[in-house]
Design a protein. Structure first.
Length: 159
């Protein structure tokens, strides 16, 4: 049993080395890693799964393709939005939501800051905020490679 565990650990380590080497040689993957909540594994998964980012006309299409937009039922001028649809790429959605949870936990509730994330954490449950942050991250995933520039924090953009 111990030998099997060591063998599996060795195989996982070898695959991580291959993945990190691919990540170091891919410009889009490195650009995506600049976004908070996205590391090398998520960046390489996004680049490999999406392929040509220009296949999506806008960031909302990418977010919907991943499955991070609410299910919508509209009739007679009334719009009813439910939870996220569970359609789309389960693996990418999971990676983005886990990354968003880290962002919410590290940058979330700060009473002295007036940011979108702080306001959301004050009035919504943590999981709802994490999915909303994941949706924002997915939209950034479309914008960053399209513009070919690294992520800049909102504070840095204002200065």
């Amino acid at each position: 049993m111990v030998a099997l565990s060591k063998t599996l650990d060795q195989q996982v380590h070898e695959q991580e080395v291959v993945l990190l080497n691919w990540h170091k040689n891919d410009a889009d993957s490195q650009l995506l890693e600049t976004i908070p909540g996205i590391g090398p594994i998520t960046a390489t998964a996004l680049v490999a799964s999406i392929g040509d980012i220009h296949a999506f006309e806008n960031s909302r299409q990418l977010s919907a393709w991943i499955g991070l937009v609410p299910k919508q039922h509209s009739s007679g001028g009334k719009t009813l939005l439910q939870g996220i649809s569970k359609r789309g790429d389960v693996y990418l959605r999971t990676l983005l939501i886990h990354g968003a949870r880290v962002v919410v936990r590290t940058k979330g509730y700060k009473p002295d800051a007036d940011t979108w994330l702080t306001r959301m954490t004050q009035r919504r449950p943590a999981n709802v905020v994490a999915v909303a942050q994941a949706n924002k991250t997915a939209r950034m995933v479309w914008a960053i490679p399209t513009r070919k520039e690294a992520y800049q924090a909102p504070e840095a953009q204002a200065a």
